[in-house]
Design a protein. Structure first.
Length: 576
């Protein structure tokens, strides 16, 4: 085994293998992947492998699209089949609201070149004869739907990476990671030590444990997830084509053809966490005990639109663990507390997103930032406020409610309040309706009486006119805004102004003045829009978006000179 590599990737699932491939494809061939057992051990091997493109936000849809298109290329480069089934997909709409939801996603995805359109119920029946359309109002058809074989797809990325010069070492568990003074890393394994410039934590179910080796705590928790595979179904045996992927979002279910039967997966209404205290070291290709009672509701709702499921025998039941962050999104990018340490873990839809995530992480390492805007998946979106208790509550809520629609400007009550501003009670008594950002409560608008909440709608919400009145009042009179949640930094020192002029688009103001300026990356992309006040000749106060607090801190620290500039994060110390 090598004693040095430019990048060491820890974890040999679909995500780790994709990162390895994309680094090698971009010329970084001095890269090594370390897998504790065999490739796909953990979650990758038992995944359903479903593929779809139409989703929100657009940045995620772009990743889905890239991943879908990458499978053909990977098959050619590796010579290994991915078990790629390009069947198309149906998004089932049982209600008018779900039709609206899909129409909004379709419209947003159209500009990305993602082909989809609504089809008649007759065409639904033609494309999927197993469906009973009496419970369906409509369906969105998308061309880029289908599935892959998890083991084959993972192996294909690994083979393609090795052909480019990358290395994979199986049965090589990592036992420690130590950062050196120059920012590089020593990675100790049971088979020897490797010195590397960068580490990528792609450890999946063991993401928490690998993070702890570096002294960081990642807000992740495993959850049990069921799917079943039926015996052969006569109507499918008589078809001369393969059924499309079928997504029934309103019941938290998904289905696709498996052989001459069906695979049905469900996001259970009773979420069960697994291995709360830590993933067992010897876990690999095992499954968990089945509990079909937990998917009874999902199954019964699925039988409404696919009656053949109710008559088919069950061939196989899969109950395996998946690991999630509080909002169920991946944790990607450079960890704000460490140098040269990248996260690529907590991925729910690994085979739908793995290709794109590999590209994003590799670009972040090589170029300093990815082409896609994926802040909604940035590891820096969570701070210390994302405790074990909050992570457990949030993963439970979002898993159990995965079938629920997300409305514009929707706020979620789970685990709140975590942190509150000093005048929280006063604001509440004034009728404040709160949102939460980066763990801190903040007033979104003021209702006429206490206890009113946002209405969830795709139309005009109940806060529309109150917010309009607030805007008119501030425009014509005067008003106060509660800004305690905002990110707040003090930048000081003899070189502070010179340095700020370097990383900001605008020149710094005079003492006692304030400016609004974008903060830029090396490539000229906008990191954030910041308000900067010059307090003294050598002291500046910076205010920015609350959710970006750790992203700003990470950017500051990345370009911080060795002397002459001092950064203080005052976000938790100052009210506003």
């Amino acid at each position: 085994m090598e004693t040095s590599a430019r990048v060491v990737i820890i974890g040999g699932g679909i995500i780790g293998c994709s990162v390895l491939y994309h680094l090698a494809k971009n010329g970084w061939t001095d890269v090594v992947l370390l897998e504790r057992q065999e490739l796909t051990s953990g979650s990758s091997w038992h995944a359903a492998g479903g593929l779809f493109n139409v989703t929100r936000p657009n940045s995620v849809a772009e990743i889905h699209k890239y991943t879908f298109e990458a499978y053909r290329e990977i098959e050619l480069e590796s010579g290994q089949s991915c078990g790629f089934h390009h069947t198309g997909g149906l998004n089932i709409c049982r209600t008018k609201e779900e039709l609206t939801n899909n129409a909004m996603m379709q419209s947003a995805c159209r500009r990305l070149g993602i082909e989809s359109h609504f089809i008649s119920l007759n065409e639904v029946k033609e494309r999927a004869p197993i469906l009973n359309t009496s419970h369906i109002l409509g369906a969105l058809w998308e061309e880029n739907g289908g599935h892959v074989d998890p083991a084959s797809a993972t192996q294909a990325f690994g083979i393609a990476a090795k052909k480019l010069g990358a290395k994979i070492y199986r049965h090589t568990p990592v036992v420690s990671t130590k950062q050196l003074v120059d920012g590089s890393w020593e990675v100790e394994t049971r088979n020897g030590r490797i010195h590397s410039e960068f580490i990528v934590n792609a450890a999946g179910l063991w993401g928490r444990e690998v993070g702890k080796l570096a002294g960081i705590k990642l807000p992740l928790l495993p959850v049990e997830h069921h799917y079943l595979v039926t015996e052969n179904i006569p109507v499918i045996e008589n078809l001369d084509f393969e059924l499309p992927q079928i997504n029934d979002n309103e019941t938290g279910s998904y289905a696709r053809q498996e052989g001459m039967g069906m695979l049905l997966g469900a996001y259970e209404k009773n979420c069960v966490h697994w291995a709360k205290e830590g993933t067992p070291e010897n876990f690999g290709h095992e499954l968990l005990p089945n509990d079909l009672d937990r998917i009874e509701w999902n199954f019964e709702k699925s039988v409404e639109i696919m009656p053949c499921l109710g008559e088919a025998g069950v061939k196989r039941i899969i109950n395996g663990p998946m690991i999630f962050s509080p909002d169920l999104g991946p944790l990607l990018g450079p960890h704000p507390a460490l140098r040269n340490y990248f996260c690529a873990t907590g991925v729910m839809n690994g085979f739908n997103q793995g290709g794109g995530i590999g590209r994003v992480v590799s670009e972040w390492i090589i170029q300093g930032e990815p082409e896609f805007d994926i802040f909604n998946w940035d590891v820096a979106r969570f701070g210390e406020w994302a405790t074990n208790s909050y992570t457990e509550k949030a993963t439970r809520y979002f898993y159990e409610n995965r079938a629920e629609k997300t409305y514009p400007y929707q706020e979620f009550d789970v685990g709140r309040p975590i942190e509150t501003p000093s005048i929280y009670d006063d604001l509440t008594n004034k009728g404040a309706v709160f949102g939460q950002s980066f763990g801190m409560e903040h007033p979104n608008w003021f209702a006429s009486k206490i206890g009113i909440k946002d209405t969830l709608t795709f139309g005009q919400p109940n806060w529309w006119f109150p917010v309009a009145e607030e805007g008119k009042h501030i425009r014509n009179e005067v008003g106060l805004m509660e800004y305690s949640a905002m990110a707040k930094f003090e930048i000081s020192g003899p070189n502070a102004e010179h340095w700020l002029n370097f990383i900001m688009a605008n020149k710094m103001p005079k003492v006692g003045k304030i400016i609004l300026t974008p903060m830029l990356s090396e490539n000229g992309k906008i990191i954030g829009d910041l308000s900067i006040s010059k307090i003294t000749d050598t002291t500046f106060l910076i205010l920015g978006a609350d959710i970006m607090q750790l992203s700003f801190a990470r950017h500051f620290n990345k370009y911080l000179p060795q002397e002459g500039v001092i950064i203080k994060n005052l976000s938790s110390e100052l009210a506003g």
